[in-house]
Design a protein around this ligand. Sequence first.
Ligand code: CO
Ligand code: CO
Length: 302
Amino acid sequence: MPDDAAVYRLDDERALIFTTDFFTPIVDDPYLFGAIAAANALSDVYAMGGEPLLALNLVAFPSDLPPHILGEVLRGGAEKVREAKAVIAGGHTIQDKEPKYGLAVIGLAHPDRLTTKAGAQPGDVLILTKPLGTGTITTAAKRDQAEIGDIEEASRWMATLNREAASAGIAAGARAITDITGFGFLGHGSEIAVASKVSLHIRFEDIPFMTGVKRYAEEWIFPGGTSNNRSAYLSEVQFSDDVIEQEQMLLFDAQTSGGLLIALSADEVEHFRAEMAQRDAPWWEIGSVTESSEKAIRVTRW
Ligand code: CO
Ligand code: CO
């Protein structure tokens, strides 16, 4: 079962965390695209319980686009990396028809404090730290069907680092952490269930969604990745009859720079609440961990 990043133990005190991600623009604003791509690439370091240290830019850029656009992408990425208290130590650019941007990141963690997907236990509470919907909203935006305000809201979430959520989770003794990205909420959730040999019970009404998402879902506006996720993970999920098809699709929606899914001992929820309040960071309690049953995940409305 793959974890969010590769880990290399240096000695008893230090483990290196390696990860990379890059993709084509998902918002029109080049600065914001850079910031989102960087936050997304840094996320796996946080999901593993580490702090980012060094990053390299990975860039593909068409020769017929004005260079100041690339400048803005890199500025957005650099400022996000600085916010993460890491350093960009160069990178590499190639010519390509379609622009792409992302990072290769090295982080550092204490080997005893790495967070994986494998530690969730029956009785644990499940916490989500960003609302869902970036796949649906960015797809609606590409088709000129999205409200500007909805795109801005989704962009803010995508550009938000998972640093605060991860440090609060670790402070409260999180048993398993993963970040919600391309495989969607249910895809990444089922990875925790399988790795931890448990099942997850999700309450649909407690899942947070970005503004506008349910409306776009009614019009069946989903990226291709969402349908792929549904095909890949549907056999692992049992939905109650009152969770209708477009709601199911929203839980499969491919996310960019999504939040963390955290399994936490029920005794530690108040501790986590205090840690998150200190950081002024939002979170939602969306379900619980159960003994392993036939399906990795059961979704009911309540
Ligand atoms: Co990840
Ligand atoms: Co505690």
